[in-house]
Design a protein around this ligand. Sequence first.
Ligand code: IMP
Length: 195
Amino acid sequence: MKLVLATSNKGKVREIKELCPEYEVIPYSELIKEFEIVEDAETFKENALIKARAVYKALDDDTLVVIADDSGISVDVLDGAPGIFSARYGGVDASDKDNLYKLMQDIKERGFENSPAHYTAAIAIVTKESERTVHGWMYGTALTKAKGEGGFGYDPMFIPEGYKQTLGELENEIKKKLSHRSKALALMKKVLKSL
Ligand code: IMP
């Protein structure tokens, strides 16, 4: 089965391909010209649905299955920020590095060296017949120092529960077992089988 991904975020595309070897995963930008999608909802779930619906409509092919991942990190000492604003935390044109350094700085400015935090992934699945969503979470600690080069986004500042190193330092295989995205994708596969 072909799964069209409503994202062109390189980190997400790589992880989703690795986590779904049984499917042919194709970023939508390989099928049609990339276009801007305004994610203006208040939840990961609704933003994932906005992306999947927009790409499904633009593809105009009712044999396709479109999936979208909306995800982010929530830091307890920042009242859950950046949450749904994770991709734009450092501003509209901010890079992953800008966002990472802003988040570490904001935790420091609150007077903390670290904080409990968690990642959320919402996956929306849109087909001709249905719209479904599933979620996954990964809990751990957000640091104010970046360590390691692995993963993407906020991974160098995040230590998953039960570990002593950041996702930037840990083997990719460990993130694959633990992550919010892998948990959500495991549920997605069950949904796809039931469709
Ligand atoms: P989205 O594309 O609007 O869902 O934005 C997700 C943002 O959350 C990304 O730009 C990353 O900064 C962050 N994010 C989501 N998942 C991960 C992850 O697994 N590791 C690191 N950062 C992540």
